[in-house]
Each structure stands twice: as C-alpha cells, then as structure tokens.
Ligand binder design. Sequence first.
Ligand SMILES: [Zn+2]
Length: 258
Amino acid sequence: MQFVDTHAHLDEDAFSEDIGEVIARAIESGVISMVAVATTASSSRATIEIAARVPNVFASVGIHPNYAAQAKPGDWELIEELAASPKVVAIGETGLDRYWDHTPFEIQLDYFRRQIELARTRSLPFIVHCREAEPDVVAVLREAAGTEALKGVLHSFCGSEATLDVALEVGLHISFAGMLTFKKNEPLRQLSKKIPLDRLLVETDSPYLAPLPHRGKRNEPSFVRHTADSLAEAHGKSLEEMAAITTANAKRLFGLPE
Ligand SMILES: [Zn+2]
C-alpha cells in the first residue's frame, strides 16, 4: 500500500532532533511522498532544503495567514523566487484565519490573493488553511474562480457543507487530517461521502493533531494511514482502495513522480 502525506510541517522544531527517523518510519509504512509545507519565507527555504536532501520529500513555499503580519520586506520576493525551485510542488500554506488574531485581516486577504495568483502563474496548486473564516475563504475562491477550475486544496477540512460545495464547484481538492478519525467527528465522516473520489486527499498536518490511536502525541507522516482508514470506512472502501485513490489524486494534483 502506498500513501502520500500531502501536508506535513517537517521543518518545525518538533522534528529537529529526529527528522531522519521520522522520514524513515514514513517510508517504511508506505508513505512514498510527503509535501513539506512552509509557513514563512525562512520556513520556505527550510522545506526546500529538506526536499533537496530527501527524494521522497517535496516542498510547498508560502506565507501562512497567521505569519503574514511578520513578513519582512523582501520576503514576498523570496517566495516568488523560491516558487521556481525544482522540487516545489505547491504554494502555501495560505488562506484565512479569524480564530487567532496574529495578522490584521486585510493583510491576510492580500497574501491569500497574491498566493493564488502566484500559484496560477507557476501552474502549481495552492494550499488553503481556513479557520473560522469560511464565508471569507468562499468569497475569495469565488472571486478567483474564472472560466477554468482552480488548482488547489482545502487542507485539514472540517468545515460546513456549504463551504464544501463551493470548494468542489471551483475545482478544489479536499484533504483530511487526523481530526477525521476522532469519535465525535461522525458528521464530518458523513459529509466526506459527498466528495467525488477523484478529489480526495489525506494528510497529517504533522506535528499537530495526531489521528487516533495516536491522539495527543506528536503527529508524523507515518500516521497518515489512520486518516485514510477512516475515509475508506466512510466511503465503503477498503484501506487498500482508498490508499490507491488518494495517492493517485496527490500525484496528479502535485505532479509527483510515478
Ligand atoms: Zn498546516
């Protein structure tokens, strides 16, 4: 069985001591590719460095909404430059966040729009973070959606049916993280059945929010199979089938090697 972890923060301090072992465990458990997702300009450099060292790791470069206020002059230009690096397969993570108050909303909006545009220019998918900002994210997606489908992913999805409908309508993929496995999230598993099989992705969003049965521990890419398992069950598929479906989708969306 093969999996792709489409969202892991491999450059974070939580992994600084044992990143080699973390990646080895992932590969051992069938994770053929991981997308290391950046949150700042310096984190974008770091994800590219990891990707350059490890064949199974690919990088996303961008500025997370919660870090946009801290962006220094030149950071955006650096992101534009790094976006052309060979192993960069996505832009982000971008999006909007009204839960934390780290970045004035206007600045978040500006960076979200810029990153969608950069992704379009480079023909890369963009990775959307959405926390307590669903109507705002929906508005930006609608504004960005032209005649052709948007190329991107709504990551760690745990939103409403209305948001899901728009995300699918504008062409986005939907990625599930560990929260899908939590007992109380039966409504989310039910909602996931609405998503066409060719739009489904799985991720860990590690080191955060580990899936059952690892809940409460540091999350890591090797745990992605538990989320795939929950998704498989909801869709009435075997884990093998869901692994094959989500892996094919990830390869197609991010242009990963066969
Ligand atoms: Zn993330």
